[in-house]
Design a binder for this molecule. Structure first.
Ligand code: TA6
Length: 285
């Protein structure tokens, strides 16, 4: 990119593509075989580290949100990752080259602010059917036990926030960031949006769906190892207070994140955690 930071473009046999930046290990683009962009990035995004890029899929690790001592959403999204030359084999070994393995390990400085020896391996794969698969594997190399919270902070591109339904979170409890993270219970119907939403839904099923009425398409989010779902739209007032977010852009995005926030994950020395996210888009009636 213009800062000289390496980006990798994955392309599958049908011409779908995904762009992954070494800046934060962040997916910045996911396109259909017809070249249609499925992820939102702000026209005011800042691509200069250590600022995270507004949009795509920032990786929130080792802390989600502002619930701890680290910067908002932790440092992983602000770091420069490297391409992992010798990724350990995964059960679902990638076929073809539409796959990249990235690695983040703490520097000396990182160990000062978060004194844990971890290895974070991220595999980004664009399957032949256009599904985008992100697998995070975080290992406690040999230090003392550590705990973390995590989210794939996914910005979906949608036509109009007031025409979107989010299905799969009915009846769940959620923590509402707009009310001091207090716990509420969702009613029995799909979510629709008419004001700022900033919630962590707890212990959801492994699949949620974002229906974009105007585009007649549905994003399907499948997840493993990610019990919670973060739902965020800043709406008008909050958008105006975010420097790298256009005033009207809240109408074209919705964050629906596979996450592990309600109960932090604890790893003993040598233990590894895996979080898997599979995104697809299907025509909806
Ligand atoms: O989605 C939850 C949230 O923590 C919101 O409160 C909002 O801050 C959003 O993430 C974006 O955070 P960021 O640090 O990327 O501006």
């Amino acid at each position: 990119d213009k800062n000289g930071i390496e980006q990798v473009i994955l392309r599958n046999v049908r011409g779908a593509s995904a762009t992954v930046s070494m800046h934060g290990g962040q997916v910045l683009s996911w396109k259909t075989e017809r070249g249609e962009e499925l992820l939102f990035t702000s026209t005011k995004a800042i691509y200069t580290p250590p600022k995270p890029v507004r949009g795509g899929i920032p990786i929130c690790f080792p802390q989600f949100g502002n619930r701890g001592t680290l910067e908002q959403h932790g440092f992983a999204r602000n770091k420069i990752w490297v391409i992992d030359q010798n990724p350990p084999p995964l059960s679902t070994d990638p076929n073809g080259k539409a796959c990249i393995d990235l690695l983040l390990k703490p520097s000396e400085d990182d160990m000062k602010i978060w004194p844990h020896s971890f290895e974070f391996r991220l595999r980004v794969r664009l399957a032949a059917d256009g599904h985008l698969i992100l697998i995070s594997r975080i290992r406690n190399v040999n230090g003392k036990p550590f705990s973390f919270s995590f989210a794939f902070h996914t910005y979906f591109s949608i036509s109009d926030i007031s025409e979107v339904r989010l299905e799969g979170l009915e009846t769940l409890d959620y923590l509402d960031n707009l009310y001091q993270k207090e716990r509420f219970t969702e009613q029995g119907d799909a979510l629709t949006f008419e004001s700022e939403v900033d919630r962590v839904y707890l212990d959801s099923s492994d699949m949620v769906a974002v229906l974009d009425h105007e585009k007649k398409r549905t994003f399907v989010i499948r997840k493993e190892g990610l019990p919670d779902v973060v739902v965020w739209n800043p709406w008008e007032k909050k958008s105006k207070s975010i420097v790298d977010f256009g005033d009207e852009e809240y109408k074209q995005m919705l964050c629906v994140d596979g996450a592990a926030v309600g109960k932090p994950i604890t790893l003993k020395p040598g233990e590894e955690w895996t979080g898997r996210l599979e995104l697809s888009v299907v025509p909806s009636t």
